[in-house]
Design a protein around this ligand. Sequence first.
Ligand code: PXP
Length: 253
Amino acid sequence: MAARPQPPGGLRLGVNIDHVATVRNARGGRYPDPVRAARLAEDAGADGVTAHLREDRRHISDSDIERLMETLAVPLNLEMAPTDEMQSIALRHKPHAVCIVPERREELTTEGGLDVARDENRLARFIAPLREAGCRVSMFVAADRAQVEAASRIGAQVVELHTGAYCDAFADERHAQARDELERLRAMARFAHDLGLEVHAGHGLAYDTVRPVAAFPEVTELNIGHFLIGESIFVGLPKALAEMRRLMDEARA
Ligand code: PXP
């Protein structure tokens, strides 16, 4: 699959379409179709599409993944928990990228980063066949040195830094904490890059939080979903995406 040419400043935007499926599943039918949203995002300039196939299939379904693989021209980043079932699905489809995330059934969304340090041997065995199959393997981790080091040791090519704590602090106007979280992210982006890892970031990013993260020179990809899909209700996905892209490029410049 041909990736788009590198965007200005080398910062890609991956659009997460999970919540189009959330709305579809609220009525149990086929509308709105997340694959249609993915193609729209692609046409509007997304550099990739991200979808999280959860164990409970609360939003994205197996057939969505199949159809995304068949129809997308941009790379698919499959988010998944480190389970045998998900590994065999990923090995069947061989998406461009997989992002390994923690998953708890009762959580509303992916609440924290993966504890790579605690589960290092199992995760090393888990990702080896995915890498051999040609998938770019990313670990979704908190901005924590031990987690980034562990991700590097087990052979992941990428760490995606969890921006949720920063975004939550920003939204709650806990300004000092938001600044601290941002500094942690900045330091970890540099640290991960120096270890030879590709650095991505995501979770909870919106127009008012994206700029400082987009400005980290080590970050090469942002994955953004909930805000973009929410904003699409008001302005449409192409417009929401274009504005996010503009803010990213401005910050990068
Ligand atoms: N990156 C990862 C690894 C995620 O799990 C999620 C949420 O599914 C996102 C990015 C996107 O987060 P949001 O939907 O809050 O933008």
